[in-house]
Design a protein around this ligand. Structure first.
Ligand code: NDP
Length: 251
């Protein structure tokens, strides 16, 4: 088991990629805080699935864009498990609109949820990791920071928020490396989740033709990369972005 007796918080794990990460981490022996903002019933179902398999899991409701919620989430998980070894900042939204049509609300939503969400949860959990001299922080990035021209070209605002995560992740990694904490990102390509349903279908057909593997990724394939980065095997890897995208951004 890669994560035996570790404790982990996975934001956005009520469904999609985060759910797959939570289930994989639990299968690898970790205790899980399954976190989300609206669909608490779905988060509870994920936690129950973990408990039914003999694991330990709690659910936490928190809006990652709100500093107080992020701090409470970390406090609740720490109280339940004694410490947090792994924080996966995965909660996110997609904005699918041409830049010229984008609104202040689009900008606010993408930056607050995606970028500030990473800022909030990382800042909330880092002190205890630094104090213990160990920890893993992993953010979910996106292929949209690697590939500007995806055919439909409607992700500029979202790319700014995800690019901000990658830009912020590296100097934090440098700052905390000497304290035994690693900070990395996994950047998914197009992964078959509910989020794909929010993207224009015509655009998606074009995109698949650009993916060398000619298929969407599975949430479990992102979870596998996350499990590796969260494990002791990845102790000497920090400040890196692991692209899991069927080859779409290999250049
Ligand atoms: P989904 O839309 O399926 O799930 C999003 C998750 O994020 C849900 O658990 C949702 O909670 C949670 N969430 C949304 N807003 C907030 C918030 N403000 N506070 C806390 N939680 C929140 O998305 P995916 O699983 O597809 O995506 C997961 C991550 O992967 C995102 O960061 C996304 O940007 C990234 N990604 C996804 C790609 C894809 O093709 N699917 C491609 C590239 C990146 P609730 O259920 O309560 O609403």
């Amino acid at each position: 088991m890669l994560l035996k007796d570790k404790t982990a918080v996975v934001t956005g794990s009520s469904r999609g990629i985060g759910k797959a990460i939570a289930l994989r981490f639990a299968a690898e022996g970790a205790k899980l805080a399954v976190a989300c903002v609206r669909n608490l019933d779905k988060a509870e179902a994920v936690a129950q699935e973990i408990r039914d398999s003999g694991g330990e899991a709690i659910t936490v409701q928190a809006d990652v864009s709100a500093r107080g919620d992020a701090e409470r989430m970390v406090a609740e998980a720490t109280q339940a498990f004694g410490r947090i070894d792994i924080m996966v900042s995965n909660a996110g939204i997609v904005i699918d609109r041409a830049f010229v049509d984008s609104t202040d609300d689009d900008w606010h939503a993408a930056i607050e949820t995606n970028l500030r969400g990473f800022f909030n949860v990382t800042r909330a959990v880092l002190p205890q990791m630094i104090e213990r001299g160990q920890g893993r922080i992993i953010a979910t990035g996106s292929l949209i920071t690697d590939v500007a021209d995806l055919g439909q070209n409607r992700f500029s605002v979202c790319a700014a928020s995800k690019g901000g995560i990658i830009a912020l992740m590296r100097p934090i990694a440098a700052e905390v490396a000497r304290h035994g904490v690693t900070v990395n990102a996994v950047s998914p390509g197009y992964i078959a989740t509910e989020m794909l349903g929010e993207i224009d279908a015509g655009g998606l057909e074009q995109v698949l033709a650009m993916v060398p593997m000619r298929r969407y990724g599975k949430p479990e394939e992102i979870a596998a990369a996350m499990a590796f980065l969260a494990s002791d095997d990845a102790a000497y890897i920090t400040g890196q972005t692991l692209r899991v995208n069927g080859g779409i951004a290999m250049g």
